[in-house]
Write a protein that binds this ligand. Structure first.
Ligand code: GLY
Length: 305
């Protein structure tokens, strides 16, 4: 058994490790770990710690994929909901559909007993409003939100200049390959924007015969390149894990227009190997790794691709 997650996933990583060690169902273990990350206000890219959209409203995305059945559940732009990865898991288990967004996703959450709560922290609200004040004329601030938002979408960006995501990816010779994601997405995003985290093939993909991949940072690029699917398809067509990740990186590097930024690809193959590649993200990118030969999880550094 192998488990890989982004560095900020630490609040839930050990729980997932313990559950996997104890033989739990993989997606159950991944989602339980993500539940903890979503509930941790110190993690600024997801759940309570996340940043709101341009209107100051939290809209979260999440997904799960079972690589053995290739079943997927995903939710996008869901308001008032903390545990979006768990909600996505319920979509997979209970509905014939793959993805729910916005009001429909919240309606489903009500039906199955996921509480509606305001998950915008006062600190995030304050930063959001200060940024708005910095960009708008007093007249527009008075009319807000009844003003065109599009001109703001390039001016106001993520306060930490990252578009991180909580991603968990597991591979096991018996249980197969599984992926789960959760994020509040791009801070100050246009309302309704979906990132790559709820889009199968973009921010996540798993196929227990070959491997899996999950992406963090600029969803606007991985959605255009179907990055996670490219990695898995590359392995299906005979590439090694490293070659498949490099192919996905090459495709990202071919993009010359549109919004460009960094991407981190976390990938595993069905044989229990892993590769984490940092494409154009500034600074060191780290990730958590555990396999069942390790006494403790290790924080490793992604290779620069
Ligand atoms: N990768 C996270 C996002 O683009 O929303």
């Amino acid at each position: 058994m192998l488990l890989v997650a982004n560095a900020e996933a630490w609040p839930g990583f050990l729980l997932s490790v313990e559950m996997l060690r104890a033989g739990a169902d993989s997606l159950g273990a991944l989602v339980a770990g993500i539940d903890r990350v979503e509930a941790e206000p110190a993690v600024r890219s997801v759940g309570y710690g996340g940043w709101p959209n341009m209107l100051g409203v939290m809209e979260c995305d999440g997904a799960v994929m079972d690589g053995t059945t290739r079943q997927v559940g995903s939710v996008g732009a869901v308001r008032d909901t903390l545990h979006v990865a768990a909600l996505a898991h319920e979509v997979m288990k209970r509905l014939p559909n793959v993805t729910l967004t916005g009001e429909g996703a919240r309606r489903f959450a009500d039906e199955i007993g996921f509480p509606a709560e305001n998950i915008l922290l006062e600190d995030s609200r304050k930063v959001w409003f200060e940024r708005l004040q910095g960009e708008l004329t007093p007249e527009d601030l008075r009319k807000f939100p009844d003003i065109p938002l599009a001109p703001l979408s390039r001016a106001i960006t993520d306060p930490e200049r990252v578009r991180d995501t909580t991603v968990f990816l597991s591979a096991d010779s018996v249980r197969g390959v599984h992926a789960a994601t959760s994020t509040s997405g791009w801070a100050w995003k246009y309302p309704g924007r979906l990132g790559d985290s709820p889009i199968p093939g973009a921010g996540f993909y798993a196929d227990s015969r070959y491997g899996g991949a999950v992406c963090t940072h600029t969803g606007e690029m991985t959605m255009r390149c179907a990055t996670a699917r490219t990695v898995v398809l590359g392995m299906k067509l005979g590439l090694s894990l490293r070659e498949a990740v490099d192919l996905a990186v090459e495709e990202l590097a071919e993009l010359k227009e549109g919004f460009l930024g960094g991407v981190v690809i976390h990938a595993v193959d069905a044989g229990g190997n892993h590769d984490v590649a940092n494409f154009r993200c500034s600074g060191e990118i780290k990730y958590w790794l555990w396999d069942d030969t390790m006494p403790e999880p290790e924080l490793r550094q992604a290779r620069v691709a």
